[in-house]
Design a protein around this ligand. Structure first.
Ligand SMILES: *Cc1c(COP(=O)(O)O)cnc(C)c1O
Length: 557
């Protein structure tokens, strides 16, 4: 009843976007449980999209990710006085070093373990927070060079964090960072990862990328600036906060609503009970602020005081009758027609970071493999300025594999060279059955099988039409790797599994999401192997959305 739905394609899209923008390496910051999004699935998605390192604040966070199976480089930089350096070295965690004492601690642990510890120097260039001060640099780097020579440490990187206090101050920090770099090189150390910019500087200071950026908020798709939207930055907010109507009450004019009666109905209306309150991170200050939630495509006002567990929404203005169980979106990607999280941060007079990271522990974090807005909200009217034009969305209840196949044949019959279909759905959802149908509708040579063992398989036409390219985008790190495959997109029909967030740049496309009807399922699908016994044991819901001019009138009749 309380769900923070996290779109992994959105996370992947955002990491791609940052990589494209900066042209360098990306350290994806997953501290505080991935800014409240769930660190493990977000870290996985970020790595899939090419993040070089996962960054967290504490060693405890780093170890938890390692235990959860995140095998790649993990960097942590804020240490308690009793930090367990042995655990860090054992788990192969990179540590940010702010003091000589930390350097000695980790080097000693490396000595005990007979291993080399990976470290990055964390420097204070003007934030006056964590990081080695200017006066420590010379000694720190000299000792670092000794420990490199004796094999206890490897210096993987050097970094500093910005105060975002305006351009002039940013440039002063960058100049200090340059001094530090010169000192470090003078000591004979050339680090691989050099990073100063976090999300704000990544979008505001292209001169300060060095060779790496270290981004948190932008990975989750929120804008680090109060006056620029996610869409303006090319980002997709990954979190959709959902609940449902659990009660409805018709009330007459003059009814007092919630504690203190500071809302009294102006006329007869219907009140909906939504089980989301301030324990879940919903600000009490929303009361009387004119904030809304989205129900059945309409923005309905939150009325009366917010309780610890619940709030009340006036649904009197809804054109049609709502019922108990109706989905409620509290915030999400505004380009899908729902309120953005920024409404809450504005009301609170804070930054959106505090809103998403403050979503309470009772709210279930569910990773989904579709972009925000698909498929539950396809009834919502996309707002003006939607990143993709207004998709025309159709929904099908698919009761069995025959129906899935039939829909594929029907779709295949309407596709032409240059068309792109992005297909998303969990293991065993019926993606291969659908693609087989598409192949039949197109008249290409089979057999169409799950693309488990190859990245792309081409099925030539038997009827002098375009070939079908069946692509498994799941294992592609990024758009560049896709380009390396040198596929003939223009001369073929391409069906890409898991391509969401990577291929949309191509103009018009069709996005198909197959789901179990009860809603979203956990992410996964690396072991997609539908040929070994794919069965549609339960019915599916399939959403077909056509994006761009080619599909302006819908995909299927
Ligand atoms: C949190 C944090 C970041 C990420 O900041 P964003 O503004 O979310 O990109 C980067 N570096 C350090 C040291 C941090 O503490």
């Amino acid at each position: 009843m309380r769900v923070a739905e996290i779109s992994l394609p959105a996370i992947r899209h955002n990491v791609h976007r940052i990589r494209e923008l900066t042209g360098g390496a990306v350290i994806a910051v997953m501290k505080a449980n991935g800014y409240g999004h769930g660190a493990v699935h977000c870290a996985r998605a970020a790595i899939e999209a090419g993040a070089a390192i996962i960054g967290v604040a504490d060693l405890e966070e780093a170890l938890a990710l390692r235990e959860a199976g995140i095998d790649g480089p993990i960097l942590c930089w804020l240490h308690g006085v009793r930090v367990d350096w042995d655990a860090a070295v054992d788990a192969g965690i990179e540590v940010g070093i702010s003091h000589l004492s930390q350097l000695e601690g980790v080097a000693a642990a490396a000595g005990r373990a007979g291993r080399t510890a990976d470290v990055q120097f964390k420097l204070d260039t003007g934030l006056s927070r964590n990081g080695a001060g200017v006066e420590e640099w010379t000694d720190l780097f000299a000792r670092g060079a000794e420990l490199v020579r004796s094999g206890e440490i490897r210096v993987r990187g050097v970094f500093s964090h910005m105060a975002n206090a305006g351009e002039e101050h940013d440039l002063v920090q960058a100049a200090r960072f340059d001094e530090a770099l010169a000192l470090l090189r003078g000591a004979g150390i050339e680090p691989e990862f050099i990073h100063l910019a976090a999300s704000a500087a990544t979008f505001a200071r292209p001169g300060l990328y060095y060779n790496t950026v270290r981004v948190g908020m932008a990975v989750y798709g929120c804008s680090p600036f109060p006056d620029r939207t996610s869409a303006e930055l090319g980002l997709i907010p990954a979190m959709t906060l959902r609940s449902e109507i659990v009660g409805l009450r018709a009330v007459p004019e003059g009814t007092g609503v919630s504690y203190g009666y500071n809302h009294v109905t102006q006329g007869g209306t219907t009140l909906a009970l939504v089980p989301m309150g301030y324990a879940d991170g919903m600000p009490r200050a929303l009361n009387g602020a004119g904030a809304t939630v989205a129900i059945a495509g309409t923005h309905c006002p939150i009325v009366g005081r917010i309780g610890m567990d619940q709030c009340i929404v006036d649904v009197g203005s809804l054109a049609r009758k709502v019922s108990v169980g109706e989905p409620v979106v509290l915030f999400g990607d505004p380009s899908t027609g729902v309120p953005p999280a920024e409404v809450w941060s504005e009301v609170l007079g804070t930054i959106v970071y505090e809103v998403v990271v403050g979503i309470g522990p009772r709210v279930l974090r569910v990773a989904v493999d579709h972009l925000p807005g698909a498929p539950d909200e396809d009834v919502l009217v996309p707002a003006a300025g939607d990143r993709s034009g207004e998709p025309v969305s159709q929904r099908f209840d698919v009761s069995d594999p025959e129906r899935m196949h039939e829909l594929g044949v029907e779709l295949g019959g309407r596709l032409a060279a240059g068309d792109l279909v992005i297909l998303t759905g969990p293991l065993g959802a019926g993606k291969t059955t659908l693609t087989r149908g598409i192949g039949e509708g197109l008249g290409v040579r089979g057999p169409v099988t799950s693309p488990t063992f190859v990245l792309a398989r081409t099925h030539p036409s038997l009827v002098d039409g375009p070939p079908l390219i069946h692509l498994d985008a799941y294992r592609l790190a990024d758009a560049a790797e896709l380009d390396d495959l040198d596929l003939d997109f223009d001369g073929s029909v391409v069906v890409a599994e898991w391509g969401a967030g990577m291929l949309e740049e191509r103009g018009s496309w069709i996005e198909i999401v197959i789901e179990r009807p009860t809603g979203s399922t956990a992410a996964g699908g690396a072991l997609e192997d539908e040929d070994l016994g794919e069965e549609l044991i339960e019915p599916r819901v399939m959403t077909i959305a056509g994006y761009g001019p080619r599909w302006a009138d819908g995909v299927l009749p």
